[in-house]
Design a protein around this ligand. Structure first.
Ligand SMILES: Cc1cc2nc3c(=O)[nH]c(=O)nc-3n(C[C@H](O)[C@H](O)[C@H](O)COP(=O)(O)OP(=O)(O)OC[C@H]3O[C@@H](n4cnc5c(N)ncnc54)[C@H](O)[C@@H]3O)c2cc1C
Length: 401
């Protein structure tokens, strides 16, 4: 296996590093609300202008307009990660809605929504899950009935991240109640200010309301705000989920986190002994280091497939499954390394790294569930990837339809 990128690409890497060196001081602090702050928007504009964000989005929709080049994209990600700089906005709108509109939206939808979304001016939330329809998403019940040129929506969503600060929602609704469950769904985009929408924040164990319940009562949405055809929402949602799963479990992030833990274990001491010199901690660290390396090589495998324009198929799901679990285990090691300081949270003069390890430890547990649970990922990998027998369906009750 030849892992060298070649002279043209190494020259490109130098350009990226020059940009980083010259501009790193302008990189923003996190806003923490889900809504980009002024610094983040300024940074995003700079990245777009120089082709480091929205790189392959056509310029007529506000992107940089470069030809897709998977190796260049990879180099950008590698160098920004190494420098611990944010590579632009990674919101649900940017990562999920924009690629979906590019693939399936009308020209009008692309012109209206892509540019303000990639610039962080319009914030989106994803209205898929409902109480009782998470893993079995196609059973969703939120109804959209026709009324002239509009749909009227009634129902409830749950676990809707950032709904409390979002301007817009991309939402799955049932438009054909009599069709088979996968065929009666449509994908609508509409404003969160539409009358009849109520958002109720749900507190998570981090102490913050990261997601919400969203209730719809007679919410009126023009029919032309549908993406693709009526009844094709399941197909559109799957196009979106492909991007969500690609975004979660990034091995570069695990690499950065591993490097931070190594620093932490150099700095923290117990009875005068550095944790990095403690055999039990070193053993755990090395085990995780091996898994980070495996994920990075797996990333190379996916990269090779993309560069050859081959579909990596089910191998893509391994990233979400293993990457999210790995990130959580890295945070768990950091918490253990912090000992009694690991239970501190929020405000304490003894907090390390502003409490980021505690927050990651709690928040990342959710990422093993969000975007498809680990159990469901394992089922798909085993059944569709490895050809193992399908999971038996639960027995039907007698007389049930
Ligand atoms: C941090 C976070 C953010 C989220 N953000 C959003 C968002 O922005 N928008 C949105 O629409 N949704 C969001 N979700 C919801 C997420 O997509 C769902 O939680 C997820 O799909 C699981 O659905 P559920 O919670 O209904 O669990 P269930 O489907 O009820 O599952 C409960 C448990 O049973 C297991 N299980 C279910 N079926 C099977 C099976 N056939 N085989 C084996 N095990 C099974 C599951 O793996 C799980 O462990 C978010 C969730 C989290 C945690």
């Amino acid at each position: 296996m030849d892992l060298a990128y070649g002279a043209e690409y190494e020259a490109f890497r130098e350009d990226v590093n020059r940009f980083i060196e010259e501009n790193k001081d302008a990189s923003p602090r996190q806003s923490g609300t889900g809504r980009p702050n002024a610094d983040q928007r300024k940074w995003q504009d700079l990245l777009i202008k120089n082709g480091y964000a929205a790189r392959t989005i056509p310029s007529e929709y506000g992107g940089y307009g470069a030809e897709p080049d998977i190796l260049k994209s990879r180099i950008i990600a590698e160098e920004f990660t190494k420098a611990s700089l944010p590579l632009g906005l990674a919101s649900q709108g940017v990562s999920m809605l924009v690629p979906t509109l590019l693939e399936l939206g009308t020209e009008e939808q692309k012109k209206q929504w892509i540019e303000p979304t990639i610039r962080g001016e319009v914030v989106w939330c994803q209205g898929y899950s409902e109480p009782g329809s998470g893993s079995d998403l196609a059973s969703l019940q939120t109804k959209a009935t026709e009324d002239g040129d509009d749909f009227i929506i009634n129902g409830q969503k749950i676990w809707t991240s950032t709904a409390q600060v979002s301007d817009m929602i991309f939402c799955l609704v049932r438009t054909e109640p009599d069709a088979r469950k996968h065929e009666g769904i449509s994908y609508l985009i509409f404003s969160m200010d539409t009358p009849g929408i109520e958002v109720r924040p749900l507190m998570t164990m981090t102490g913050y309301a990261e997601f919400n319940e969203v209730f719809f009562t007679d919410v009126r949405v023009p029919k032309n705000q549908i993406v693709a055809e009526r009844g094709q929402g399941w197909f559109v949602a799957n196009a979106t989920l492909k991007h969500e799963r690609g975004m979660l479990g990034d091995p570069n992030q695990a690499g950065t986190r591993l490097a931070a833990i190594i620093d932490l274990m150099h700095d923290e001491t117990v009875s005068g002994e550095r944790l990095i010199d403690n055999p039990l901690f070193r053993d755990r660290l090395v085990q995780l280091q091996a898994r980070v390396a495996a994920m990075q090589f797996h990333g190379m495998r996916l990269l090779t497939a993309s560069a050859k324009k081959e579909d990596p198929g089910i191998a893509r799901l391994v990233v979400k499954l293993m990457g999210c679990e790995l990130n959580h285990q890295l945070a768990a090691l950091a918490i253990d390394a912090l000992g009694e300081l690991g239970v501190l949270y929020e405000r304490s003069p003894h907090l390390r790294s502003g409490g980021r390890w505690q927050r990651s430890y709690m928040f990342d547990l959710g990422l093993i569930i969000g975007g498809g649970t680990a159990q469901i990922q394992k089922n798909i990998i085993s059944e569709r990837g490895l050809g193992m027998p399908r999971e038996p369906k639960p027995a039907r009750k007698e007389g049930a339809a």
